[in-house]
Design a protein around this ligand. Structure first.
Ligand code: IDP
Ligand code: MG
Length: 150
């Protein structure tokens, strides 16, 4: 099983899309093992987006992610990284397929609603950055698990 960190970004929370976005991951079969609302501080934002530190959009990206509360989730499932990213859609919403979150609800790259980890390793690192171990229900069994996971 893989784990991915999902961030329902400030624009999505402000636009009342939190439930719709959570629903799409739940319906896909991914299991929520951690979830909370928080206002990200600058230090955590810069850590999370450290890989983009030298990019021209970095400062604006940090201001965006700290500008209002976000909902963060740790999701677990087979191929959770790829499954979540295909549900999210391409980084630039104008190129995201219809049926994806970004393709259905967003227009601009700097307001693209949701984050999903890009590798198994980064998923573990990002979850540890946002959640204490005591905030995660790892390994809880869903009644439907055998109908989702073969
Ligand atoms: P991802 O979120 O699809 O993994 P990344 O390339 O990791 O995309 O970029 C992280 C985030 O940085 C994007 O989701 C988007 O919010 C922002 N971003 C990326 N490229 C640009 C840009 O060219 N202008 C403004 N924001 C950008
Ligand atoms: Mg990324």
């Amino acid at each position: 099983m893989e784990r991915t960190l999902i961030i329902v970004k400030p624009d999505a929370v402000q636009r009342g899309l939190t439930g719709e976005i959570i629903k799409r991951f739940e319906q896909r079969g991914l299991k929520i093992i951690g979830i909370k609302l928080l206002q990200v501080d600058r230090e955590l934002a810069e850590t999370h987006y450290d890989v983009h530190r030298e990019r021209p959009f970095f400062a604006g990206l940090v201001e965006y992610i700290i500008s209002a509360p976000v909902v963060v989730m740790a999701l677990e499932g087979s191929d959770a990284i790829a499954a979540a990213r295909t549900t999210i859609g391409a980084t630039s919403p104008s190129l995201a397929a219809a049926g994806t979150i970004r393709g259905d609800y967003a227009l601009e790259i700097g307001r693209n609603l949701v984050h999903g980890s890009d590798s198994v390793e980064n998923g573990e690192i990002e979850i540890a950055n946002f959640f204490a171990e005591s905030e995660l229900c790892g390994g809880w069994a869903r009644a439907v698990d055998s109908w989702v996971f073969e």
